[in-house]
Design a protein around this ligand. Structure first.
Ligand code: NAD
Length: 367
């Protein structure tokens, strides 16, 4: 089969980890007889430097002509001026909104051989297999008004947390549908004790649950959920959350897996649970981490979250479940053989580089 993929490396470690993901993609193409046409585009800080625009026209045209997008990360201290007219993050926020990528799926899986790497006690990590469904195009990140202003006395700023019934319903439905394909448990996260949006969220979750009698629904306040994620992570199956809460909870949950560098994500405009339609609308795949300026350029970033994002793309966008599974299995093998990048290495062990990790995964895949 033939697929066109927009490759948007971005800033910091984005280009380093995406190179390894591309290696893996090429090996999958060769092994299984697929043609992946890769078209590169600029986004983020690099695009601001080159075009004074974090998401230039050229990139939008590339995306228009693509079946899916593979994205690294954007941002960094160079573009952090709070007075700047545009920020690198505007590029990715624009894509999420314009492609209506409202569902961000973040699987939190603990690979057996990494259980000892996590700072969490190993007995708590057995059986942890969570998928966080983060609402991605609404809430606090997009609500209006969103601005800063100065009065005679001081500086002020406002962000707005707003959700429509439609937005809440569609993201919760994705969660319920996913739960049906898994352990049939859904944790709906809100802050209903304080926020009106939280109360609406909770009400709608209870209403929708009537259509899914086989799924056990639990409402959890976000502060409590953040505690339980560490105290009893294996209790969770599917977690559905508002945009900002989901962003924060998944960084926390990444600690379970040993490192932020391990977690992939899929941003979708709808879910293809029956795997019948092989191509869905243009979706975007990215690791959950950022540009990691503290390690950028050192060749030590963990590319696994980015490579697993390829696995998600093969599964959700192209219906290639076998190929996707092969990537997961190969990574499990590599980790069980003791190969680790610096972020997941055990004390006294020698870490391998970003490129070595990509090479090993590619070499094992081709066998
Ligand atoms: P970050 O995710 O970049 O880094 C947090 C910590 O995790 C750092 O110590 C970093 O070294 C480590 N880390 C992250 N990815 C890693 C990997 N693959 N391998 C090993 N270690 C890894 O978060 P931050 O430092 O808060 O943000 C840095 C920049 O990234 C900011 O400009 C922020 O706006 C941007 N950011 C972008 C995205 C995105 O493009 N989707 C997401 C988050 C943050």
């Amino acid at each position: 089969m033939d697929f066109k993929i927009a490759i948007l490396p971005g800033d910091g470690i984005g280009p380093e980890v995406i190179s390894e993901a591309v290696k893996v993609l090429k090996v999958i193409g060769k092994k299984f007889g697929h043609s992946f046409h890769l078209i590169y585009g600029d986004i983020g800080g690099g695009a601001i430097d080159k075009y004074s625009n974090p998401i230039p026209e050229e990139t939008l045209t590339t995306i228009d002509n693509s079946d899916a997008i593979l994205f690294g990360a954007v941002g960094g201290p160079k573009w952090d001026d709070p007075e700047a007219k545009s920020r690198p993050e505007d590029g990715i926020l624009f894509l999420r909104k314009s492609l209506d990528l409202f569902a961000n799926l973040r699987p939190i899986k603990v690979f057996k051989s990494l259980i000892d790497t996590s700072p969490i006690k190993s007995e708590l990590l057995n059986g942890v297999d969570i998928i966080v469904v983060r609402e991605l195009t609404g809430g606090l990140y997009f609500g209006s008004p969103k601005k800063r202003w100065i009065t005679s006395e001081e500086r002020n700023a406002v962000d707005t947390l707003i959700y429509s019934e439609y937005e809440i319903k569609r993201i919760l439905k994705i969660g319920f549908e996913l739960a049906l394909t898994r352990d049939k448990k859904l944790a709906s996260i809100d802050k209903a004790n304080v926020l009106e949006t939280g109360r609406l969220w909770r009400q709608i979750a209870s209403e929708i649950s009537k259509d899914y009698p086989g799924v056990e629904l639990e409402h959890i306040l976000v502060d409590n959920a953040s505690m339980q994620l560490i105290q009893n992570p294996s209790k969770f199956d599917v977690i559905v959350s508002e945009n900002t809460f989901g962003d924060i909870l998944t960084d926390e949950a990444s600690v379970l897996s040993g490192s932020m560098g391990m977690i992939p994500s899929a941003s979708l405009s709808f879910l293809n649970t029956d795997n019948k339609s092989k191509k869905i609308k243009t979706s975007l795949y990215e690791p959950i981490h950022g540009t990691a300026p503290d390690i950028a350029g050192k060749g030590i970033a963990n590319p696994i979250g980015m490579i697993l994002s390829v696995a998600l793309m093969l599964n959700y966008s192209f219906g290639l479940q076998k190929e996707s599974q092969e990537i997961y299995k190969t990574i499990e093998t590599i980790l069980s053989l003791g190969y680790r990048t610096k972020d997941i290495v055990l004390k006294g062990e020698k870490p391998i580089s970003t490129t070595k990790m990509g090479d090993l995964i590619s070499d094992f895949l081709i066998q």
